[in-house]
Write a protein that binds this ligand. Sequence first.
Ligand SMILES: Cc1ncc(COP(=O)(O)O)c(C=O)c1O
Length: 469
Amino acid sequence: MNTVNSTLVDDLLVELDRTGATPLHRQIEAALRDGIRAGRLRHGASLPSSRRLATELGVSRGVVVEAYDQLVAEGYLTSTPGSYTRVAAVGGQAAAVPPPPQTAGPHIDFGYGRIDPASFPRAAWLRSLRRVLTDAPHSRLNYLDGYGLPELRTALADYLDRVRGTSTDSSQVLITSGYGQAAALIIGVLAGRGARRVAVEDPSTDDVRLLAHLHGLDVVPLPVTGEGIDPAALERADADLVVLTPSHQWPLGGVLPARARREVVRWARARGAVVVEDDYDAEFRYDRAPIGAMQGLAPDVVVYAGSLSKILAPGLRLGWLVVPAHLADAVAEAKLLADRGSPAIEQLAFADFLVRGELDRHLRRMRPVYRRRRDVLLARLAESLPGFEPTGVAAGLHVVVWLPDGMREDDVVAAVAGHGVRVAGVGPYRLAGPGRQGLILGYGGLSEGRITEGVAALAAAVRALRQRR
Ligand SMILES: Cc1ncc(COP(=O)(O)O)c(C=O)c1O
């Protein structure tokens, strides 16, 4: 028989900082996790009921339930309905899984597009996984069609119309393995239908360029000015499709103005061309109201692409396309050929997560976290590198900083690497040769302390560079 080794609330050593940035449930989780790892909370010890701990700590019961659920998900605690929550075998699942091999990497990585993986809502995701594994009909475990599961397509259509201002019929939603696959599918289909030239923003990520080369398409760069591309350049491009990041230009951060959006749509309709809208991190806007997606203006010519990579976690490899009706079957066929469909359990779990409002909750929780990281980055840059000029700061998970005249981004990237800090220059993402010198600083995956350390290292590297000159 299992003895109940009841743990006193005081033994848990949970001290809450109500003024800090860390949510209360995370603080409780951390205190319990530390206690288990240190052996203070022994295997089999039962924890106080969530109600009792909540009363003792002066928090709502939901906060304690969230913390317990998270630790159950991580394998530190076990929970049986109607019984105590207990400490699992030492370290539980967390200790059973060998730690990943340590690879030598930069000490602080300002890589763009990084999220904070420690904030992944494991408990809520696990609840969704449990529910769908319990409830899904057997048929959902069979081979899929190329569109994806109807539960997710419907949930996404509702979400996108509500949050991104799209005009979505679920019959035109396709589930993909992230934006990377979405872009490959749509470019492959359009190339198969005779497209010869793709226009892209300059600078932009290299995904589309590489895909274009693969399919024998010419790439036409469209210079990005303050807010985005100039539609007049698109008129001259003689292109069959254009790939844009209108809500938050990658990497410079501008928002394509309404007039330019209308002109792009007019261009596409007049030419029978397609606009691919990569809406990759639109949910993270800090200083102004979110901008609706272009797709809502023109669902007949815009292919809308979204992804969980920035708003939840890239490791989930889930993304989606909303395509004009005439492209839907062809894209679904291409998806089937590529991988016979994305994993069903994950699709169902994500559908459940969406309809229960968990994505909304997660985004509400993360926006202030990322905003504070951005604010710390901007404040430290202003203090120690006043000649650096940040841009594109209103949204997303990175900022670009323009360098003072005469300073070369390659020199700064190399110098700061010597201090164990990785940053990227804008140059590798330019198509038409060198331009204004700048750095891309991703802050999403770095704590405020690491950001401060990283900027100090950047400032030291810049001082050393100046002295060398
Ligand atoms: C411009 C842009 N769009 C979309 C994505 C998301 O890609 P995926 O969904 O394949 O992870 C990224 C990833 O970094 C990106 O930089």
